[in-house]
Design a protein. Sequence first.
Length: 238
Amino acid sequence: MKVDVLTLFPEMFVALNSSITGKAINKSLINLNLINFRDFTENKQNHVDDTPFGGGPGMLLLPQPVFSAYDTIDQSDRPRTIILDPGGKTFNQELAQDLAQEEHLVFICGHYEGFDERIKGLASDEISLGDFVLSGGELPCMVILDSIIRLIPGVLGNNLSTKTESFSHNLLEYPQYTRPRNFRGMRVPEVLVSGDHQAIRKYQLKQAIKRTKNKRPDLYQKFIAEQEKENEDIRRLE
């Protein structure tokens, strides 16, 4: 996957050189290109922002440096372009899985008060991490990239890992345990060491449903709706 990131602070992305994302970059499973759009300013002061027309607090990013930087990106493969903006669609696992299928992604990271509205015309998607405000789009971009990169085949040692994680099939992940079997009186459930794989799978599913119902009733309702739809589809085939 090719990823181009337009940002005023490319040095922040050094964090992606660690752990799983770092391994993916080293194995060329992802080609990350950081573009500082301050390098494309056409004014002597290298300003990338200005006051908004009509008044208002803060400074807006100028369209010219962003558009000029964007023009340098190879767009022959029609990359999917994402703007990180509080007004965008809230990021979730389903969207991560969708983006992980793309061959080329472009992220535009804002800063200061916001974007000149014309910059948003470059984007196919506007994405937000949630109902809160950060200083810029760099941290959300790194969070989204981490979530996407681990879904790319070959990044994780075991591809089944992503299929059993939280939010897969609208369920939180079931409780998991490792050695020792008894730690300070807290014992691992016997079924997990029974060797009965069918019983283990049933236990894990039951625990995932229970955890989701208790902690995320909103997700639980989605899970129930999904099951009802599947049962309806099966009945139609009978």
